[in-house]
Design a protein around this ligand. Structure first.
Ligand SMILES: [Zn+2]
Ligand SMILES: [Zn+2]
Length: 212
């Protein structure tokens, strides 16, 4: 388990049930035995959480489209990133089902950038495994085929992830932000991968447009 796992909400964490004696009992109301207790001091307001990256942005007031649903999942995965230089989340989807997810982070057992600092070589952090590659490698670990999948990612893949995506049989990419490496798009197009840019309109809806 990663060091960040402790920040989970605890849903389904297997916490033991409270002892039976502590369970609230249903009692009929009765008058207090003594004087009223002193009023409790007002509780200090809890500090607002400060997420590292923006929370998933689902449209308000309507059911999200499949694209918006998976984009929001990728944005949620990005919040788990441990490399402060690039916080990216990725989801592999096949037939509207999530096959794997990934985010930028160190390899298993190694310290994360958020604890040990980034290891920067030629302007790139080499400590973190990229989100897209982590999602692809999760398929290798779990024995699930990535062939025919769509890669939904919060950032356009770098050239290394683009090569991995082609070799993993990914057929299309939906991305939010751009990445300054023209070789990536060339690799993906040469591999027959269809590219789609997702842009959020002011009304909150995502427009996913196919690129030539
Ligand atoms: Zn890093
Ligand atoms: Zn990459």
């Amino acid at each position: 388990m990663s060091p960040r796992a402790g920040r989970s909400s605890g849903v389904g964490s297997g916490d033991p049930l409270p002892p039976a004696a502590a369970a609230p009992a249903i009692e009929s109301p009765r008058p207090p035995a003594g004087p009223d207790p002193a009023p409790a001091p007002p509780a200090a307001p809890a500090p607002a959480p400060t997420p590292a990256v923006a929370a998933p942005s689902l449209p308000e007031g309507r059911r999200p489209t499949w694209d918006e649903y998976f984009i929001a999942m990728a944005e949620l995965a990005a919040t788990r990133s441990t490399c402060p230089r690039r916080q990216v989340g990725a989801v592999l989807v096949h037939s509207n089902r999530v096959i794997a997810t990934g985010y930028n982070g160190a390899v298993r057992g190694a310290p994360h950038c958020s604890d040990a600092g980034c290891l920067v070589v030629d302007g790139h952090c080499v400590r973190a495994v990229h989100a897209e590659l982590n999602a692809i490698l999760q398929c290798a670990v779990t024995g699930v085929s990535s062939a025919g999948c769509t890669l939904v990612t919060t950032s356009f893949p770098c050239v290394a992830c683009a090569k991995a995506a082609v070799q993993a049989g990914i057929v299309s990419v939906i991305y939010l932000s751009t990445y300054p490496d023209p070789n990536s798009a060339e690799v993906l197009r040469a591999g027959g991968v269809r590219l789609h840019r997702a842009v959020r309109d002011p009304d909150g809806a995502y427009r996913v447009r196919a690129e030539a």
